[in-house]
Write a protein that binds this ligand. Sequence first.
Ligand SMILES: NC(=O)c1ccc[n+]([C@@H]2O[C@H](COP(=O)([O-])OP(=O)(O)OC[C@H]3O[C@@H](n4cnc5c(N)ncnc54)[C@H](OP(=O)(O)O)[C@@H]3O)[C@@H](O)[C@H]2O)c1
Length: 383
Amino acid sequence: MATTKAWVLHAADPRAEATRGQLTLEQIPLRRPEAGEVLVEPRIGCWEANMEHAIARHPVDVARQRGEDRIVLGTCGVVRVLATGSGVSGLREGQECLWIPFGAIDENGYAERIAAYDAPGSPGLLSGRFVTAARLLLPLPEDSRYPAERWAPFARYFTAWDNWRVALRCWQAQGDDHWDEPPLVLGWGGGVVFAQLELARRAGFRTAMVSGRDSRLAGIAASGATPIDRREFPDLDHDAAKASGDPDALDRYADSRDRFVERVRELSGGRGASIFLDNLGGGLHRVTLRSLARESVLSTVGWKHGMRLSNMRAVECIGRHIHVHTHAWRFQDCRRIRDVQESTGWLPEITEPVASFDAIPQLADAYSRDVFDSYFPLYEVNA
Ligand SMILES: NC(=O)c1ccc[n+]([C@@H]2O[C@H](COP(=O)([O-])OP(=O)(O)OC[C@H]3O[C@@H](n4cnc5c(N)ncnc54)[C@H](OP(=O)(O)O)[C@@H]3O)[C@@H](O)[C@H]2O)c1
């Protein structure tokens, strides 16, 4: 049987506590494409949070959950068609495509399981070649104006498009069409929020994004959003302050919170954020709520700092705060979002080097330590 190289993650020993795993370079079997399938070779992938969750085996050991000894990760990137099985139309050898990693799709078009993550048996981009269902391949536009590197982080952009669409419609549901001055859209998180803020800016909103590193603050400013340096507000995490046991910690939290909210008010004509894009949650939730204007939206597609949140329902009702929760995007919107990207140039600038296939473990390690300047860490599988 044919084989191909792959960075493999093994399931933890079921008798031991699941600790952080490691990627090992191995040869894995490669089968021929059957009816409705395509053999592809990954070109460029973008590292994603789900890959870190899988390697960290937190909150679950994904390989063990899938009932497999070893799995191949890699959910987001550009692949090239090598051969098609019978009954496949619209795809030809050499064509570059986005690989949509929807392992199981519900009747609304939402992913219930992600291929190369929690969908059993599914391959991923950390392999030299793999076989996939043809329907998961979305061809890049013919003669695209943009290189594969700029398409590779597409999942963050597709997610951003979907969440922004819902957030904007919710905000419009109770706001006026007439603006005296542009309302503020504020965000914290990573690449998804960065992409959403660009949509907000193009829709005429004033935008601002929070970061704690100089390189990202410069990138935010270059994109046309106002950078907010979170190092000026070091104690915004209420839960951390409360859990610390330090009697002064809650005072320091209140000081950071009040100064942050004051900054938001300065940027928004005194009103507060009309839409707050928050993919962090956890102990930052209180500050996001405080930063909201009346008739505003708190919109999220992530929970990096914690997913159990509480709020005062009366305050949220009186403030007319709409809370939006979304996840990924609808499968049937893929072509539409790709076409928006191509026609409007809404794609990331890639400024950092692309990691080689051999350097993928180092990339995984750097991602786990959150030390990238870029919001879109890329790796190359096949040149
Ligand atoms: N459900 C979905 O469809 C979906 C899709 C994509 C992502 N997500 C989830 O969304 C979450 C965020 O992912 P992401 O890719 O947007 O971000 P990310 O790359 O994981 O980075 C989060 C960043 O938040 C920044 N940050 C800003 N303000 C902060 C503050 N006050 N305290 C701490 N950090 C702050 C930090 O950057 P600085 O150092 O620059 O401040 C940090 O690097 C993850 O949990 C991910 O799994 C979900």
